[in-house]
Design a protein around this ligand. Structure first.
Ligand SMILES: NC(=O)c1ccc[n+]([C@@H]2O[C@H](COP(=O)([O-])OP(=O)(O)OC[C@H]3O[C@@H](n4cnc5c(N)ncnc54)[C@H](O)[C@@H]3O)[C@@H](O)[C@H]2O)c1
Length: 336
């Protein structure tokens, strides 16, 4: 049951692709927002940034976690090294950021009795080409990233009473902190900028969900008393179908290159989250095409190939192993 209370919320990773959109929704509902983020990819919050308390810090640091969780009612935990390619760059960093920091946050939540919302991924299910996945389907993560999110989920379930874990499909749509390493966003940008989409393989099915629809559901879940693990998958597309939708709207060409197989092949069922949280998969690929065209027209986006839009490329530009040292220099040596 939802109550309309206003909360003080800590959002880790609030400067990221999902967090930058979610913050606007939290503020619209009258919640107070504190952000803990190491600003690896910068800060694109704009005006919303003036209404939040920004703590530039590191979730791997015990002391900073303790300080950041003081006097809040709830935590939305989004921070980490995100995506298969980025997570493989420095495995130790990934484990410390995605698993150990989540364990510590879960301990703090449990001790302080805070509500805890966590963004996991449908990738924890791995490749299941012949079934529609539901919450209790078999888990089989295929990458370090997916495994790190699964380990994080287990820490939360073991320690917290008052938690919701959302397993998300691949996100798409416009955010102040844009990512073009997400397949739909990349296709849309290729269509607008190059008039040509290149699809690798493309028969694999994947669930895609708009970043705003996910943000709305997190905000609803914050003030609900529901607990547990839910899929927020969105619409299941074969990758080639998604490219065709964009082609219809933009008139671009689509080139399919065979021979490269993406093992992530699955479709999911989000009906439990629809029933429990009123999750609605409203904003479709067509909507994202329009908003991205508009961002190009306003020159907010000029070239989707810039490394800032790609987690792996941006982290590489710091030198793979030196991200860790860079964070230590920037934020202060970790006490982990
Ligand atoms: N984007 C997707 O398609 C998708 C799909 C499934 C699940 N998710 C989950 O949603 C969440 C948000 O993803 P996103 O796309 O916004 O990622 P993102 O990479 O854009 O954002 C991650 C944020 O975490 C911050 N961060 C990284 N390491 C940190 C550290 N040590 N201390 C403090 N802050 C740190 C970064 O600065 C960044 O702002 C993640 O938990 C991710 O696993 C995303």
């Amino acid at each position: 049951m939802e109550c309309e209370s206003k909360m003080k919320v800590l959002i880790t990773g609030g400067l990221g692709y999902l967090g930058s959109v979610m913050i606007g929704k939290l503020l619209d509902k009258g919640h107070k927002v504190r952000v803990l983020d190491s600003s690896i990819y910068g800060n694109f919050l704009g005006l919303a940034g003036k209404q939040v308390e920004l703590v530039e810090g590191d979730i791997r640091d015990r002391r900073q976690l303790l300080n950041a969780t003081s006097d809040v009612d709830a935590i939305i935990h989004l921070a980490g090294i995100i995506g298969d390619a980025a997570a493989n760059l420095d495995k130790e960093l990934t484990i410390r950021a995605n698993c150990l920091a989540t364990k510590r946050l879960a301990e703090l939540c449990s001790r302080k009795g805070l509500r805890f919302l966590f963004s996991s991924t449908c990738s924890v299910y791995g490749a299941r080409p012949n079934e529609v996945i539901r919450e209790n389907s078999q888990i089989a993560p295929l990458s370090l990233y997916a495994m790190s999110k699964l380990i994080a989920e287990e820490s939360i379930m073991k320690r917290c009473d008052n938690y919701v874990i959302f397993r998300l499909g691949t996100l798409f749509g416009l955010s102040p902190r844009m990512r073009f390493d997400l397949v739909i966003n990349k296709f849309i940008a290729q269509a607008i900028q190059d008039a040509k989409i290149t699809v690798y393989g493309g028969l694999q099915r994947r669930p895609f969900v708009h970043v705003q629809d996910v943000s709305d559901t997190f905000v609803k879940a914050l003030t609900s008393d529901v607990k547990g693990t839910y899929i927020l998958g969105g619409t299941n597309y074969r990758i080639q179908e998604a490219a065709e939708v964009i082609k219809q709207q933009t008139g671009c060409n689509v080139t399919v290159l065979n021979g490269m197989k993406d093992p992530r092949d699955y479709a999911v069922d989000s009906s439990l989250a629809e029933k429990v949280f009123g999750f609605k998969d409203i904003k479709r690929v067509e909507y994202a095409v329009d908003e991205t065209k508009d961002a190009y027209a306003r020159k907010v986006i000029r070239d989707y190939r810039e490394s800032i839009f790609n987690n792996e490329e941006w982290l590489k530009s710091y030198g793979v192993k030196s991200v860790d040292h860079w964070l230590d220099r920037k934020i202060g040596k970790c006490t982990c």
